[in-house]
Design a protein around this ligand. Structure first.
Ligand code: HEM
Ligand code: HEM
Length: 126
């Protein structure tokens, strides 16, 4: 796991594809009841993960341990949360959604720490 930007971007592209297929399925079937699950899978697994990868690319972070832990939590966290919300809506069982959101929130907290520890150094020409 030594190329975090690539791991984030390839995984987010796969999740985007899956999330869009899910959206298409909702649209074609006319059953939109799973939209919160579809929304969170896309917004966490596609948008947030791509933003993490972009930050790591811009900051030159490829294998920092805390960043690896952050990504290891973010990827399964977004999938577990997406699937968990769907299960919660269908059956009322919230355990998986809770586990996924816990992983997502810890991962977000680590990302805060990373942006403080390894801030972007952007050259500005004034
Ligand atoms: C082929 C691509 C996609 C299709 C066909 C699709 C389809 C849908 C459908 C049918 C709904 C339910 C709308 C409703 O009943 O109100 C929905 C909701 C939603 N989708 Fe998608 N979607 C796609 C891609 C995406 C992507 C890429 C994102 C995020 C980056 C996204 C984010 C959302 C959000 C946030 C909602 C909830 C909107 C609300 O609060 O009403 N979708 N989508
Ligand atoms: C730990 C992380 C998160 C938790 C626990 C969480 C929880 C929730 C809850 C409980 C709702 C109301 C759902 C409903 O009424 O059915 C909601 C809605 C929404 N959230 Fe999140 N959220 C999280 C992260 C995010 C993130 C990171 C984004 C965007 C990048 C986001 C975007 C939205 C949107 C667009 C809605 C309205 C559409 C919908 O109902 O699904 N959420 N969220």
């Amino acid at each position: 796991m030594n190329n975090l930007p690539r791991i984030c971007w390839t995984t987010s592209a796969i999740i985007a594809f899956a999330g869009m297929l899910w959206g298409l399925h909702m649209a074609i079937s006319g059953d939109h009841s799973n939209f919160p699950a579809h929304a969170h899978l896309n917004l966490l697994g596609w948008v947030s993960l791509a933003l993490y990868g972009t930050y790591y690319y811009l900051a030159g972070i490829t294998r920092l341990l805390i960043a690896r832990i952050q990504v290891i939590l973010a990827i399964p966290g977004s999938i577990i949360m997406g699937v968990g919300i769907a299960i919660a809506h269908q059956t009322g069982a919230e355990e998986l959604a809770k586990l996924g959101s816990l992983m997502v929130i810890v991962s977000a907290a680590l990302f805060v720490a990373i942006t403080i520890m390894r801030p972007l150094r952007i050259n500005t020409v004034n």
